[in-house]
Design a protein around this ligand. Structure first.
Ligand code: G1P
Length: 292
């Protein structure tokens, strides 16, 4: 079984739901507490053993590249001020030399197209895909849980993280059909992107974490527009599922859909409450606010 060394992060989206905050700043740089969304997701990938981080960016996303580089002026100033803890925290977050790659999606044609844009960088290897809109709060992280299960699956399997969703929101997501369980995961019988409620095969949605085989790229190359006119990853996964096994894993932990304002704000509250240095004071503030 080939190890999963590479992860794709599609970060080309326009972030129109967060305007004007995202007019000049990529939505992936919005902070959840004091770490940008994209940093949280990269942390999750690193914990899972990912060694190569591929970012599919777009215009106006240069700040993401800067974020994963050194910042000399800042480092010098921190050193002068003896801020050693901050300095070493920055150094620990930095991807190793040559381990981050950036490519561009030139037109916003959909998630499937964004993933396809990374094909030359990925090569003929299975890879992880993490959507930075989605945060999963858990130790071990969602991708680590998936990789542990993936190792026990037959060669050339694919696996997606799934979770239950209220039926009134099911049309916003990719939805899977549930087949036979094999250990902690189950065989996926069908997938459908953004179905109307009555066409949804279950209440289990695809959460934004995937482990896929490289054969997906040849299918994406010919993929026609689907839901919303976009080239949908799910549509190519449906085709790949005819050739290779697809599994779903109900992961441990809570997910936050940070593509929505309520999800993003809730993530901030949850991550702040999980921080020893912030939680006591923050909890007090929230409690008194809610009492009013
Ligand atoms: C994408 C996927 C969808 C998945 C969702 C998770 O949709 O296409 O299958 O359920 O992410 O957030 P998007 O949010 O890009 O519309």
């Amino acid at each position: 079984m080939k190890p999963i060394r590479t992860a794709i992060f599609p970060v080309a989206g326009l972030g129109t739901r967060f305007l004007p905050a995202t007019k000049a700043m990529p939505k992936e740089m919005l902070p959840v507490v004091d770490r940008p969304l994209i940093q949280h997701v990269v942390d999750e990938a690193r914990e899972a053993g990912i060694e190569h981080f591929i970012f599919v960016t777009g215009r106006n996303k240069g700040v993401i590249e800067d974020h994963f580089d050194r910042q000399f002026e800042l480092e010098v100033t921190l050193k002068e001020r003896n801020k050693t803890a901050e300095l070493s925290a920055l150094a620990a977050d930095l991807p190793g030399a040559g381990s981050a790659s950036f490519t561009r999606q030139q037109s916003p044609l959909g998630l499937g197209h964004a993933v396809w844009c990374a094909r030359e960088l990925v090569g003929n290897e299975p890879f992880a895909l993490l959507l930075p809109d989605v945060l999963v709060q858990n130790k071990p992280g969602c991708l680590k849980q998936m990789i542990d299960v993936y190792r026990s699956l037959p060669e050339a399997s694919n696996i997606v993280a799934v979770e239950e969703m209220a039926m009134e929101r099911i049309h916003q997501y990719g939805v899977v059909g549930v087949g036979r369980s094999s250990g902690p995961s189950f065989a996926i019988t069908e997938m459908v992107e953004k179905p109307p409620r009555e066409k949804a095969p279950s209440n289990l949605i695809i959460t934004g974490r995937y482990i896929l085989q490289p054969e997906i790229f040849k299918l994406l190359a010919t993929q026609q527009g689907g839901a919303g006119g976009e080239i949908q990853l799910t549509d190519s996964m449906i085709r790949l599922a005819k050739e290779q096994p697809f599994h779903g894993l109900k992961f441990q932990g809570r997910s936050f859909d940070c593509g929505s304002k309520v999800g993003f704000l809730t993530a901030n509250v949850a991550y702040a409450l999980a921080r020893d240095d912030i939680a006591p004071a923050f909890r007090k503030e929230i409690d008194s606010m809610l009492k009013k």
